[in-house]
Design a protein around this ligand. Structure first.
Ligand code: FAD
Length: 389
């Protein structure tokens, strides 16, 4: 019997496969795409600073360098009670002692969403954003609106940071092109205090940044419809837009919905702090697929997904070796982000002690670039890992 089956080749799945291999376990990773996508640095695709290829790492290279088996074939069904996985090709995988579910999340659906593009959706959408922005720049004028939505059932699945980052980058880009004065930029979100997870101090600073960049704000009213030329809100207002970037909040993955695993109200897999699932021995859920426990401000993030993945590698190894010890993710819960503006960044950190946002002009942008390089090469095994990163 083979040892471990990892479902999903994102931050959680790839990290789990790498660390399970460090424990010398047999690992098979199943992915619907043939590359690992570095979402945090994809924010530069819309402004043409990088391409989709620049932020993608071939899974075949990762598999070769770390010695795990790779199957590129979407998971069509997971029958958790039988530890049986059926792939789109019809192939059945049912001889694994352990399964690690790392399929990420789906996005909430909103009326008229086909009129929007997202930086957090399919990677192709980031390239489409670039093409649409480029066409507007060629035209020399336009209205651009960017924002994010909420999930009342699970605030940890709300992803706002990349909306701010892309908007600030677009502002910088338009200034570089000398056409900023011909563009109207608007940030929108249905909640009264979007970005509140970062803490009050950060919100004050964000407002200052919006003011300095002349970015309009439309917040505090529910989005009712996305239309071809803008966004309509419950309070009757409409933001006109030639290009709408909208990050819908996350919801449970459709494969997980039918898996028989215990789910939260928002459709994420309910686990304990060791990412184990009650009643399903040998199955673990990690990363965005798992229902994140913790304080109100908690957020589904890449570094949390990686902590879960490393822990699960240890927990599976310890289970095999009958070692009575388990790793928990709880003490690693924080929000950590270098929020890029295209010409600098702000360091955002939130823990149970409160939140802080530290401006890092110029150097912050290059730090994030450096992290992207580190992420690619450390995952490939070309350079050693920095502890905690
Ligand atoms: C634009 C953006 C910027 C971000 N910036 C930051 C940041 O600065 N810091 C931070 O910590 N976090 C950041 N995040 C969040 C972070 O990227 C996520 O938390 C992280 O990707 C979660 O990892 P995951 O493996 O659980 O999910 P994903 O990375 O989404 O991986 C899921 C994988 O499963 C695969 N999959 C899906 N369905 C199937 C199927 N049916 N069969 C097989 N495979 C399937 C997908 O192809 C994907 O590779 C950002 C996210 C986005 C979108």
């Amino acid at each position: 019997m083979k040892r471990v089956l990892v479902l999903g080749g994102g931050f959680a799945g790839v990290e789990a496969a790498i660390y399970l291999r460090k424990k010398k376990l047999d690992v098979t990773l199943v992915s619907d795409r043939d590359y690992f996508y570095i979402y945090p640095t994809s924010i530069w695709i819309p402004t043409g600073e990088v391409t989709k290829e620049d932020v993608s790492v071939p899974l075949a290279k990762l598999a070769k360098n770390h010695g795990f088996e790779l199957i590129v074939d979407p998971v069509a069904e997971l029958l958790a009670s039988e530890k049986k996985v059926t792939l789109s090709s019809g192939r059945v995988l049912d001889d694994y002692r352990y399964i690690v579910v790392a399929l990420g999340q789906d996005k909430m659906k909103h009326k008229g969403m086909e009129n929007t593009l997202s930086i957090c959706g399919k990677p192709e959408e980031a390239t489409a954003l670039y093409e649409k922005l480029d066409a507007l720049v060629l035209k020399g004028e336009g209205k651009i609106a960017m924002g994010f939505g909420g999930n009342p059932k699970d605030t940890s699945a709300v992803r706002g940071g990349p909306a701010f980052e892309v908007l600030f980058n677009v502002d910088t880009y338009l200034k570089k092109k000398g056409v900023r004065k011909n563009f109207e930029l608007t940030f929108f979100a249905p909640m009264h205090k979007p970005g509140m997870k970062m803490g009050e101090k950060a919100l004050v600073m964000m407002d200052k940044m919006f003011g300095m960049m002349n970015i309009h704000k439309q917040v505090g009213s529910k989005i009712t419809n996305f239309v071809e030329d803008g966004i309509e809100f419950e309070d009757g207002t409409k933001v006109e837009s030639d290009l709408t970037m909208f990050i819908s909040a996350g919801t449970g993955h459709s494969i997980i919905a039918d898996s028989g695993l215990p789910l939260s109200d928002a459709g994420f897999v309910v686990t304990n702090e060791y990412n184990e699932i009650e009643g399903f021995e040998g199955i673990y859920a990690i990363g965005d697929s798992a229902s994140l426990m913790g304080p109100e401000w908690r957020a589904k993030q890449g570094h949390v997904a990686e902590v879960m993945a490393k822990n699960v590698a240890v927990n599976i190894f310890n289970d095999i070796e009958n070692i009575d010890a388990k790793e928990s993710y709880e003490e690693h819960l924080n929000i950590l982000c270098v929020m890029d503006t295209g010409n600098g960044a702000a360091f955002v950190y939130r823990s149970e002690k409160g939140g802080k946002m530290i401006p890092m002009p110029i150097v912050g942008h290059w730090m994030k670039k450096g992290w992207g390089w580190y992420c690619r090469h450390s995952k490939l095994g070309n350079i050693p890992r920095i502890p905690g990163m």
